[in-house]
Write a protein that binds this ligand. Structure first.
Ligand SMILES: [Zn+2]
Length: 209
């Protein structure tokens, strides 16, 4: 999606900048079609506004900024992107996930939702294996659902044996993996006779009153 927008803007002769974070291949955004575009890899320390302004001064023009993997940006960097809109009059298009594997908003996404002029959901097609709309991007470690751990797992983790994968799930199936933790207990009900006699007692007292 980020690449598609970038392509559309470029073909309209607009000049811009493509930003990404934590892509597998450093500083490149790869689409499934195998198209790669030079992109600037944003690290948490980078001031996105200063970067955009520098590019604008160098080229004499900056029409847009496309930010991929925007969920990984810091809240400050999202603020800086809003300054690119307000101070440099460039359009900023940010693409990213809404929630992490625990089902919580990414900090960057949270700030984006708070301050963006417009937002639109692109994952309407995402489905759980049961057919329900998927709203969670669950993390599986060795095939098991996990609900804790670092929000970002990059390349070489300590546990090289662990195989980390992700699966789109509906809320019900996301929470199903938690059942051993949240054990439900049945409430102990009185036996049928006790229940009946209590019920008839209640009915009698109702009639007497
Ligand atoms: Zn499901």
């Amino acid at each position: 999606m980020a690449l598609q927008i970038q392509h559309n803007l470029r073909s309209r002769n607009l000049r811009g900048l493509l930003l990404t974070r934590l892509s597998r291949e450093q500083g490149r955004v790869t689409s499934r079609l195998g198209v790669t575009h030079d992109a600037v890899e944003v690290d948490p320390e980078m001031n996105v506004f200063d970067l955009a302004k520098s590019v604008m001064v160098r080229r004499g023009k900056l029409d847009y900024l496309v930010a991929d993997e925007a969920q990984f940006y810091t809240a400050e960097q999202v603020e800086q992107m809003s300054m690119v809109v307000d101070e440099l009059a460039a359009d900023v298009y940010a693409f990213g996930l809404i929630t992490d594997f625990r089902g919580l908003l990414f900090p960057g996404t949270k700030r984006l939702l708070e301050i963006a002029d417009e937002r639109s959901e692109l994952q309407v097609e995402a489905r759980c294996w049961c057919g329900e709309g998927a709203i969670f991007n669950a993390r599986l470690v060795n095939g098991q659902l996990t609900y804790d751990g670092d929000v970002v797992v990059v390349g070489d983790t300590d546990d090289l044996e662990a195989e980390v994968s992700y699966e789109l799930l509906c809320r019900r199936h996301f929470n199903e993996g938690r059942r051993p933790v949240l054990q439900h207990r049945l409430i102990e009900l009185p036996s049928d006779e006790q229940f009946e006699s209590q019920l008839s007692k209640d009915l009698r007292s109702d009639a007497n009153s």
